[in-house]
Design a protein around this ligand. Structure first.
Ligand code: FES
Ligand code: FES
Length: 156
């Protein structure tokens, strides 16, 4: 069975077990290792990507469920010349990452949030961003999101 979807604006075809979690298709078949595995039960958010623009935890999403969707990973946020996405720049400026392990998922969740809600309050951020960070970067994540809105406008 061939499962076709768009991966970071390129056509992608996966031939294999349709029950395989999309996370492993992305990491092992496509070689995009920016999306992380941690809990494996859709609880922590480390594996957050966009599926049709919606923040999605792909460790529990079947590959078959990605058929005919638009999938974007952290690698797909960069611009055409490889320039960082404004959210990535905001993260660097705010020195958000500590160990960094959760931050791909954090940025994917944040960009999906901002696409829906261009000026989120702290409460909006807390409600939408349920990603877990063992390093406790939550205040810096909030600060980076507010700075991003202030300085760059709403990222696309
Ligand atoms: S690894 Fe997917 S939510 Fe934790
Ligand atoms: S920065 Fe270390 S887990 Fe979040």
């Amino acid at each position: 069975m061939t499962i076709r979807f768009t991966l970071n604006d390129q056509p992608f075809a996966y031939e294999g077990d349709p029950e395989k979690p999309l996370l492993w298709v992305i990491r092992d078949e496509a070689g995009l290792t920016g999306t992380k595995f941690r809990c494996g039960i859709a609880a922590c958010g480390a594996c957050t990507i966009h599926v049709d623009g919606i923040a999605t935890r792909c460790c529990t999403l079947r590959a078959a469920d990605a058929a005919n969707t638009e999938v974007r990973t952290i690698e797909g946020l960069r611009g055409p010349a490889g320039e960082p996405h404004p959210a990535q720049s905001a993260w660097i400026d705010a020195r958000v990452p500590q160990c960094g392990y959760c931050q791909s998922g954090m940025i994917m969740a944040a960009t999906a949030l901002l696409a829906e809600n261009p000026e989120p309050t702290d409460a909006d951020i807390d409600a939408a961003m349920t990603n877990l960070c063992r390093c406790g970067t939550y205040p810096r994540v909030r600060a980076a999101i507010h700075a991003l809105v202030r300085e760059s406008g709403v990222p696309s």
